[in-house]
Design a protein around this ligand. Sequence first.
Ligand SMILES: [Zn+2]
Ligand SMILES: [Zn+2]
Ligand SMILES: [Zn+2]
Length: 155
Amino acid sequence: MDDNNKCPKCGSALGEVVTTKSGKRLQRCSAGSWNEGKVEGCDYVKWLPFEPQALDEKCPKCGAPLMLNVTRFGKRMKKCSTNRWDPQTKTASGCDYIEWIKATTENLDEDCPKCGSKLVMVTTSAGKRFKKCSTNQWDRENKTATGCDYIEWQK
Ligand SMILES: [Zn+2]
Ligand SMILES: [Zn+2]
Ligand SMILES: [Zn+2]
């Protein structure tokens, strides 16, 4: 068996690659069974590096395709595909274009169970999603939220 696919704790085979909601990839030890956050048996988890995804968008600086990348802290960014990190010389080469992904909001055709207004789907910069009431707004001047406070986190 390939050592990369073996649990370093107990020597069993690792399970299938699983992708979490935030785009992280992991493999669990096949000798453990995971039930709603609790483990029976071996609890070894191997985290796999995030693989950048090619996007259907061009870099505004050089015209090369952009890649979607996720930092260790779960923040999402678009990066120029010509940008390379050389671990030997510790320098980056290629185009240095980076665009951090901010929260996005889409309108939903669903009514708020609290007040009957429409709901919107919000995706945060870390890729978390929740539905909130469209009447809910952030008042920058008074630093308070106004409107209906209905919120529903997506699993
Ligand atoms: Zn194991
Ligand atoms: Zn570029
Ligand atoms: Zn509402």
